[in-house]
Design a protein around this ligand. Structure first.
Ligand SMILES: [Fe+2]
Length: 209
């Protein structure tokens, strides 16, 4: 049963990336989708022990129906599998960010190190950020594409303007490009994908740097 829920999530994400209109702009999406599809073909979806985080309670606030390309299938699979997934937080964030942020933030890795699909070259998963959170400026060596699946957020790249993004829209970050997010008035679900150096976690950029 739980294996099926995990496999359904892997399949939903594989479908999302393999057919997505953004794949032409961001070739990394096909790479990530390919790893997910290969895991399904070779029946190599892992079955890790679930780990609960307080943010899991926000799953109940997610409205899964959406007109945006591929979003409904991913959200349905995510909400169904949510209670049996391994929820994590970036370890350095857990040491430095305020308790309100930590109570309303967490993610699951669908592919990547320790994910439902093991990979050392691609990583992707789903994260939840509660309404109104500010995710401070951070950076990582992996190239990244985000898709907004629920709610909305403002995204800042480098020292650029804060750009509003709604469900179905994507944001791309180059390796080491600094970025920050401010979440809107609904629970936000972001799908992220990384390629390149996926073993190195994101780190916050100290104020003033
Ligand atoms: Fe990022």
């Amino acid at each position: 049963m739980t294996v099926d829920l995990r496999r359904d999530l892997v399949a939903a994400l594989a479908n999302f990336y393999e057919g997505h209109a953004d794949a032409a702009r961001f070739p990394m999406l096909a790479e990530v989708g390919g790893h997910l599809g290969e895991a399904l073909r070779t029946d190599s979806v892992e079955d890790p022990e679930p780990v609960y985080l307080p943010v899991g309670q926000l799953l109940a606030q997610i409205e899964t129906e959406s007109d945006a390309d591929g979003v409904t299938e991913v959200l349905r699979a995510f909400v169904a599998a949510g209670p049996v997934l391994r929820w994590i937080q970036t370890p350095s964030y857990a040491e430095t960010l305020p308790q309100n942020f930590l109570n309303n933030y967490g993610y699951v890795r669908v592919v990547g190190p320790g994910g439902l699909v093991e990979s050392t070259v691609a990583s992707a998963g789903l994260g939840i950020w509660g309404a109104g959170l500010h995710y401070p400026r951070h950076e990582h060596p992996a190239e990244e594409t985000y898709h907004v699946l629920h709610g909305s957020a403002l995204f800042q790249r480098g020292n650029g303007p804060w750009e509003p993004k709604a469900v179905g829209e994507s944001v791309h970050h180059d390796a080491w490009e600094r970025h920050a997010q401010r979440f809107g008035d609904e629970t936000c679900v972001l799908l992220w994908a990384w390629t390149g150096d996926v073993a190195v976690n994101a780190q916050l950029v100290p104020d003033g740097e």
